[in-house]
Every structure is written in C-alpha cells, then in structure tokens.
Design a protein around this ligand. Sequence first.
Ligand code: SF4
Length: 56
Amino acid sequence: MAYVITDSCVSCGACAGECPVGAIAQGDGKYEINADSCIDCGTCAGTCPTGAIKEG
Ligand code: SF4
C-alpha cells in the first residue's frame, strides 16, 4: 500500500523533495502521492510538519 496525504496537508512542499522516487507532486489543494511510484519507504511521513502523511 502506498502512503497517502490527508487533508491536514498545508502544501508546504517539505515532503516532495525527500521522496527518493519522486512520487510526490502538488495536486489540487494539497500535495499528492503517486501510488504507482511509491515504494512504501515512509521517508515522507517523517518530514511532514502537520503529520498529514499516513500509510494507505
Ligand atoms: Fe516517496 Fe517513500 Fe513517501 Fe512513498 S513512502 S511517497 S516512496 S517518500
């Protein structure tokens, strides 16, 4: 299961630069994780200042 970004996202962009496979991009109103690219490493979850990234 890929990680997911919840509505707690404030679009700071902190996570996007940390993803080793470039799976995170700005979406409509919040950042989004491409489930097909995500390798489930969990790196992004630790970088989010609002705790918006959860295991899907
Ligand atoms: Fe990228 Fe890892 Fe987060 Fe998946 S879990 S979006 S691979 S940083």
